[in-house]
Design a protein around this ligand. Structure first.
Ligand SMILES: Nc1ncnc2c1ncn2[C@@H]1O[C@H](COP(=O)(O)OP(=O)(O)OP(=O)(O)O)[C@@H](O)[C@H]1O
Ligand SMILES: [Mg+2]
Length: 268
């Protein structure tokens, strides 16, 4: 199975965060989730966001997607502020949210249904997307008949449905076994090379981050903040054999060192 680069696409948009802060109001008081987050992501860049549980990775993606408010700083995606319902942002959520009463094709077509868009172009687009993620043969299957990897492919196709310039992926491969995961890592990296969208991938896996991305941004916890920004200078296309190269190990160690700094709360 290969992901074919067949679908014509919109190119990526730049993302910018300047001094972004987010505090949740909880039953036990204010919880500062993100403090003074600054980074720029170039159009078409593939960035991995890594950090310990609770450091605010999902919060950051939701802010960029315009799904939740933030108190301070400025976020822009392309020329505009994030806002809910932007068609130019595709989001693969941390929990798979395929609709069990819809088949594969209908799940991929859901964003069009929500946008009240129908017609032959929708059906053509869905066919293209299923081809892109290697699921043409599974178009009529029900979601419970799919393996975990297939479900993630459906979620990926659906996130790409409206041809967004930005793809946000929140731990999309965490439920897969090691072998399937590495396989899909490489496929999605190749697809990203081909379709040129700006991508942010949240992951707990350092090797997944290094294998797939142009850059790894490491976050620390208590409060969530940027503790490292590491350029990944491995050549493209990425191949799984790179994992055993000495450069791969060096880069992984750089990410690991940055994360170690961020593990123990704010430095004095
Ligand atoms: N809706 C909410 N209300 C209150 N607190 C929240 C809410 N969502 C997240 N938090 C808190 O904000 C912090 C960051 O949460 P977030 O889900 O962004 O972390 P994460 O880095 O994605 O973690 P994980 O790796 O476990 O998915 C956590 O302390 C969490 O408890
Ligand atoms: Mg999360």
């Amino acid at each position: 199975m290969t992901i074919a680069p067949a679908v014509p696409t919109t190119k990526g948009e730049a993302i910018s965060l300047v001094s972004v802060g987010k505090t949740y109001q909880t039953a036990t008081g204010a919880l500062p989730a993100l403090v003074d987050i600054n980074f720029e992501i170039r159009a078409g860049e593939f960035v991995a966001l890594v950090g310990p549980s609770g450091c605010g990775k999902s919060t950051l993606l939701k802010i960029i997607a315009g799904l939740i408010p933030y108190e301070s700083g400025v976020v822009s995606v392309g020329d505009a502020k994030p806002k809910e319902g932007r068609r130019d942002i595709g989001f693969m959520l941390q929990q798979s949210v395929l609709m069990p009463w819809l088949d594969v094709k209908e799940n991929v077509a859901l964003p069009f249904r929500i946008a009240r868009e129908s017609g032959p172009h929708v059906s053509d687009r869905v066919d293209e997307l299923l081809d892109l993620v290697g699921l043409s043969h599974a178009a009529s299957m029900r979601t419970w008949e799919l393996s975990g990897g297939m479900q993630q492919r459906v979620a990926l196709a659906r996130a790409l449905a409206l041809d967004p310039g930005v793809m946000l992926m929140d731990e999309p491969f965490s439920a897969l076994d090691e072998f399937k995961r590495e396989h899909l890592n490489i496929e999605v990296a190749h697809m990203a090379d081909t379709i040129g969208k700006t991508t942010i991938l949240v992951t707990h896996s350092i090797s997944e981050a290094v294998l797939m991305s142009d850059r790894v941004i490491a976050l620390g916890v208590n409060p969530g903040r940027v503790v490292g920004d590491i350029a990944i200078d491995l050549e493209r296309p990425r191949v799984s054999e790179m994992v055993s190269s000495s450069r791969f190990q060096e880069l992984s160690n750089e990410v690991r060192d940055a994360l170690a700094i961020g593990m123990n709360g704010e430095a004095e």
